[in-house]
Design a binder for this molecule. Structure first.
Ligand SMILES: NC(=O)c1ccc[n+]([C@@H]2O[C@H](COP(=O)([O-])OP(=O)(O)OC[C@H]3O[C@@H](n4cnc5c(N)ncnc54)[C@H](OP(=O)(O)O)[C@@H]3O)[C@@H](O)[C@H]2O)c1
Length: 306
């Protein structure tokens, strides 16, 4: 009996967009023996997948016509829509387009509405791992929107990521989680780099600081749980530590940064948020109170000055 779960992969896929990520997606399909057709605006980029066994489509319409599942991995959603827009409806009929470009939640919802208006089966995903992890056990792709489309395409998509997680029916949700996770990632990396700049300015090495940075990292999972509970409850108890004390700690970071001759904008940003909260009478509250400062956009002139 045909296993419908495996058939979507067996029938093959087309990969449209062969930047570093699209190329990694094509490589993962080929490594699993999935018949794979590729197309890219700049044809030279098809050479590597072709040497690994991919068929190279002569044009985009041919790439779309030759597989039931089309995975697009372009720079963003707008370029994806602009690329697909001129295709005749009959070329796309009965096919599933899986859009794996990063976007904002609003843009992802626009893409879903655009597809719905054309009767196009479209699924939006957010890739949460770098290229070397695609196709490995550690690969993670979040999907939201049309669950039935994910389930139909799951066998092919699990080749890219065994953890192909459906997060909800809002088509913008995968992008929302993606942007939040990226913010945590970049904030952590920037904090580490600023601290490393302080360390190296003062005669130490970043490698000597790294183990101590990891000590702080180990505290964060429990801290995130506490912050999430406080944000959702709208209650910010400062029983164990409070903003007045934390402002003093941030004073030390800003001072050390300036004494080291560095660009101090990163610690000044955190300091400014805590300062505002204390000035508004929240000195006895916990750090989670900062969320209320972040919820209010600064006046345009203040934003410009910053
Ligand atoms: N690389 C990663 O580690 C990573 C991780 C997670 C998510 N992502 C996401 O994956 C997506 C692709 O990223 P990437 O790393 O492969 O590189 P990228 O530089 O973001 O995307 C390059 C691809 O987009 C195509 N493209 C851009 N504008 C186009 C247009 N107007 N019409 C047709 N094709 C267009 C390029 O075609 P040409 O070759 O012709 O220029 C190329 O195939 C992005 O949304 C990125 O945020 C990447």
């Amino acid at each position: 009996m045909t296993n419908p779960a495996s058939s979507s992969a067996q029938q093959g896929v087309s990969v449209v967009g062969l930047g570093p990520m699209g190329s990694a997606l094509a490589r993962a399909f080929l490594a699993e023996g999935v018949p794979t057709t590729v197309w890219n605006r700049t044809r030279a980029r098809t050479e590597a997948p072709a040497s690994e066994g991919a068929d190279v489509a002569a044009d985009l319409a041919s790439a779309v016509r030759c597989a039931p599942t089309i995975v697009t991995c372009l720079r963003d959603h707008r370029s994806t829509r602009e690329l697909l827009e001129p295709l005749p409806a009959e070329d796309l009929a009965g096919r599933t387009v899986v859009v794996l470009a990063s976007s904002s939640p609003v843009e992802a919802r626009e893409t879903q509405a655009w597809a719905d208006a054309r009767g196009l089966d479209l699924l939006i995903g957010a890739i949460m791992v770098p290229t070397p992890l695609i196709g490995t056990e550690d690969s993670l792709i979040l999907y939201s929107g049309r669950k039935e489309v994910l389930e139909r395409s799951r066998p092919a998509l699990e080749v890219l990521a065994p953890r192909s997680e459906y997060v909800g029916d809002d088509p913008g949700l995968a992008a929302l989680l993606d942007t939040g996770m990226l913010e945590v990632f970049f904030a952590g990396m920037t904090g580490f780099l600023h601290a490393s700049a302080m360390a190296t300015a003062q005669g130490s090495a970043a490698a000597d600081f790294a183990p101590w940075a990891k000590e702080m990292l180990a505290i964060l999972p429990a801290a995130f749980d506490g912050l999430a509970a406080a944000v959702d409850a709208g209650e910010h108890p400062g029983d164990e530590d409070n903003l007045a004390m934390e402002l003093a700690a941030l004073d030390h970071i800003v001072r050390t940064s300036r004494e080291s001759g560095l660009d101090s904008r990163f610690p000044e940003l955190m300091h400014g948020l805590a300062r505002t909260a204390v000035d508004r009478g929240h000195g006895a509250d916990g750090w989670s109170r900062v969320v209320d400062m972040l919820r209010t956009a600064p006046a345009p002139e203040a934003a410009q000055a910053g």
